[in-house]
Design a protein around this ligand. Sequence first.
Ligand code: ADP
Ligand code: NI
Length: 213
Amino acid sequence: MTKRLVDTEAWVKDFFVNDSTGHDWPHTDRVRKHAIYLAKREGGDAELTEVAALVHDVADDKFHKSEELAVNYVGAGLQKLGYNQKEIKAIMEVVATVSFRGGNNKPPESLEGKIVQDADRIDAIGAIGIARCFMFAGNKGDKMYDPEILPRDQMSKTEYREKNTTAINHFHEKLLKLKDMMNTETGKYIAHERHQFMVSYLEQFDQEWHSKK
Ligand code: ADP
Ligand code: NI
């Protein structure tokens, strides 16, 4: 690892210290590892992919007062870490397209963008995805499940972020859709297995909810 990458890692770790919304440092670290794995199989610029994976959530507007302030914060941080303007532009282009935002974000064009998005999505599904979903819901004050509250089909970015739903609904609003939204072949393969695990989990949940097991 280059000194720049080591310093970037320390900067990001510091940003996420004490996070309990499912965007802690281990999430970023897992996304980085998935991204490196995908890049080995799919190609692309390895360092760009890794840096973009490291900063993908630091650059997310939900941690800042506006999208513009988020971009400024990460731009200034990367400059201090020794990246030049051309590199910063490329990194920002990759991270700009990663987030799901209720299905409202534009898809990534570059291979690095596709890889980082797949890496982030892999961490939203499977056993880890289930754990993150319940943590997020609990943190937001949402219920675990309520048969009276139906999953939403279409939603704006604000509705997706702000309106109350349930943890189980989130599977239908996002998590179960991700396997068909993967960009790369390697990503699709990994998502398939994690998807099956979520489907079995939901079946078991339903049976336990109705006291059938
Ligand atoms: P993004 O904007 O990229 O979708 P989020 O901040 O919405 O990222 O998601 C972070 C994690 O929390 C993901 O694992 C996501 O699936 C989960 N999550 C997001 N919204 C909800 C929600 N309303 N209920 C439960 N989990 C959620
Ligand atoms: Ni993320």
